[in-house]
Write a protein that binds this ligand. Sequence first.
Ligand code: HXC
Length: 256
Amino acid sequence: KTYTQILVEKRGEKNNVGFIQLNRRKSLNALCEELMLELSHALDEYEKDKNVGAIVITGIGKAFAAGADIKEMEGLDFTKVYGGDFLSNWTHITKITKPIIAAVNGFALGGGCELAMMCDIIYAGEKASFGQPEIILGTIPGAGGTQRLPRVVGKSMAMEMCLTGDRVNAQQALQAGLVSKVLPDEQLVDEAVKTAEKIASYSKVATSMCKEAINTAYETSSERMVSTLKETFTRNDRREGMSAFVAKRKPEFTDS
Ligand code: HXC
């Protein structure tokens, strides 16, 4: 497959690192649907490739990713985001069993910060910055900003980031535990690839099981809860349950 939104090549001395560079320089790697589709596809290819033991994702230019593509989202309404396949590719990355390193080279904002957090290890270049500016757009984070971020940096900092839309720099991200290393910009990708090579040198069974074990502690389906919550409002039992509560009577559920 030829990609137009990302650059894909294997790296490392043994060609055992799957490298992906987000490649929409002009829009600061805004995560449009096509890009997310290509990213999912490339990840699946690396997942299948028996030689690949770890994956590195980075961005081209001054951004890792400036978020979901606002121009694409502008015209959407609730029916479209709710009923259609809006964001359907977004969690695919969490299904990949091979370890993934995000090498954050610049802005990681909104969905870009969330994409980094869906990876397993985050390295930051000195110019990196992280933020959840959705509030400024009159919306809220939808792919982990309200779930993964507080788990990683704690409630106060997550609240502050999401409620103010303010960015934090690489050093602040390091201090908060959002990233595990800050590197000079020109070394960022090489160091990420080196770490990926080391991981790839171990048993793939063991590294995948290790990743799964850690994610058991870190991943919950809580972001799915939000949409499932909305879904309950299409059901008779939700109405019955709430009506019963208000009327101070026992609900009579019909499983419908
Ligand atoms: C579409 C974007 C974009 C985005 C930047 N661009 N971010 N296009 N979607 N998220 C485009 C700009 O429109 C502009 O193109 C070009 O990239 C360069 O951006 P500038 O603003 O001129 O650059 P600069 O002044 O350096 O400012 C950089 C910036 C700013 C601070 C990162 O671009 C910015 O605030 N971007 C939006 C960040 C954001 O709100 N992200 C969250 C998105 S919502 P043109 O052609 O117009 O000049 C989100 C929700 C996720 O992610 C939902 C769940 C997954």
